[in-house]
Design a protein around this ligand. Structure first.
Ligand code: G1P
Length: 300
């Protein structure tokens, strides 16, 4: 290893913290989400948010900062201990279920911060400033569930960060007729799965999209993003967009995009949610075969 490389590696801090913005109202899933946070909708028997938390932990995250809002207490309860339930399961000798329930609450350290008003993704992330401190941190959006048999989605970004010490954003090529649902990057150059990002456009019209590379809900960011977010002006809806902050970051320091490997499920829309539910059920050892037979025999 050269002296230059050694010095650079010493400067690159490990990513240990992750921010989960979970204050969104979930209006696309009403009435199911009137009293239940959308993050708690289950894929088979596990809430969507737990898949994403498990991905963060499998990637090496040690602290999770949830940015919550009104009506989101179920998320806090889910990752907390439930002494009464544990007691009941013990009495009933349901040891396997008990171990599973206990594992959820022992997963990692959780912090909760309330976002009092829905002022956008950038505003939610800004709420984590004091807890994130001077360290690089990850952001995971709960709607995007990534299934990867190889390396967890976030870990792929963290590995790039560990090498280059610059912000990295997860990207996926999407069909142009879907591009206006995403933040879209303008790549300066592309080298295999990696690209250097020149700028980003939030939800552009098809003809104005700078590429077909959409931002997926996984980011590793340097703490300088906070200074930029503090200066972002609210958009026409009064929201502080993360994409605007990222654009300012790109102008000041290198920001990279990574086309990750694995399958992404957009559980934030009904079709994506159904696809995820069916595929996750088919993958289960205890249900997969029976469910596959049921689907095969389904009459049109
Ligand atoms: C957010 C981001 C967008 C990104 C998307 C990924 O949008 O603003 O840049 O492409 O997440 O899921 P949302 O889906 O919250 O409207």
């Amino acid at each position: 290893m050269t002296e230059k490389r050694r010095r650079r590696d010493r400067r690159i801090k490990p990513v240990k913290k992750a921010v989960f913005p979970v204050a969104g109202m979930g209006t696309r899933f009403l009435p199911a989400t009137k009293a239940l946070p959308k993050e708690m909708l289950p894929l088979v028997d596990k809430p969507v948010i737990q898949y994403v938390v498990e991905e963060a932990i499998a990637s090496g995250i040690e602290e999770i900062i949830m940015i919550t809002g009104r009506g989101k207490n179920a998320i806090e309860n889910h990752f907390d201990r439930s002494i009464e339930l544990e007691h009941l399961l013990l009495q009933r000798n349901q040891h396997e279920v008990l171990a599973n329930i206990q594992e959820i609450s022992n997963m990692v350290d959780f912090w909760y911060i309330r976002q009092k008003e829905p002022l956008g993704l950038g505003h939610a992330i800004l709420k984590a400033k004091d807890l994130a401190g001077d360290d690089p941190f990850a952001v995971l959006l709960g709607d995007d569930v990534i299934q990867s048999d190889d390396k967890p989605g976030l870990r792929q970004l963290m590995d790039v960060y560990a090498k280059i010490g610059a912000s990295v954003i997860a990207l996926e090529e999407v069909p142009m007729d879907k591009i206006s649902s995403y933040g879209v990057v303008d790549p300066e150059w592309t080298d295999g799965a990696l690209c250097k990002i020149k700028g980003l456009v939030e939800k552009p019209a098809k003809q104005e999209a700078p590429s077909n590379l959409a931002v997926i809900g996984r980011y590793v960011l340097t703490p300088s993003i906070f200074d930029h977010l503090e200066n972002v002006k609210p958009d026409s809806k009064g929201e502080i967009q993360l994409t605007t902050g990222l654009n300012a970051l790109c102008a000041e320091e290198p920001v990279y995009g990574l086309r990750f490997t694995g399958k992404r499920y957009d559980t934030g829309n009904k079709m994506g949610f159904l696809v995820a539910m069916v595929e996750f059920a088919l993958r289960r050892d205890d249900l997969g075969k029976e469910f596959r037979d049921f689907l095969k025999n389904l009459k049109p």
